[in-house]
Design a protein around this ligand. Sequence first.
Ligand code: ADE
Length: 237
Amino acid sequence: MRIDVLTLFPEMFEGPFKASIIGRAVEAGAVEIHVHNFRECARDKHHTVDDAPFGGGPGMVLKPEPIFDAVEKVRSGGGQRGPLIYLTPKGRQFTQSMARDLSSLDGFILLCGRYEGVDQRVIDHLVDLELSIGDYVLSGGEPAALVVADAVVRLLPGALGDEASTLEESFSDGLLEYPHYTRPAVYRDFEVPPVLVSGNHEAIRQWRKEQSINITNSRRPDLVRRTHTLEARNENG
Ligand code: ADE
């Protein structure tokens, strides 16, 4: 997979893309990540990337030319032709199932906005998908691009190593994950649930399922409703 990131702050990606799972996936060759500063595509000698909004009002708007040029540069030459994803609080809510869909692509481009956002012509004529990571406003799309890249890259074959499966974790079956415990079995009088040390695999499986359902019911009843609605839809064809 190849991920290209277009940003005015490439330094925000240096640490996160080198560390941990993403770093390992890059090292293992599962993903190539290219971060581009689209200020380099600005056409004037001051490298201007923003301007005041037509019609007046506060803030600045990112100009279309540097962004069109940067995307065209990535897509030509040795670049990739995957979808252009713009990170914005106005976008569709990013979910685990979108992360799975994106993980099956050869690549995609993440465009990070700043200030009041980008000129609408970028969205209308260049962007394929607008994504939001949640109902809050960040100072730019960079942290959101990191979230999307992380959620996708960890799903790539080889990224987590053989020991871990992404199929049993939170959201993969529409439920939150059950609690985990490890040694010691008793710590400061706090005991692990006896079923987990019983050796009864069927009882453990049942307990985990019940815990998943209970925690999802109490914390995210919306997820339970969504899963059941989907199941009912599938049953009714
Ligand atoms: N840019 C600013 N806020 C954002 C959000 N919540 N999600 C995605 N991109 C953003």
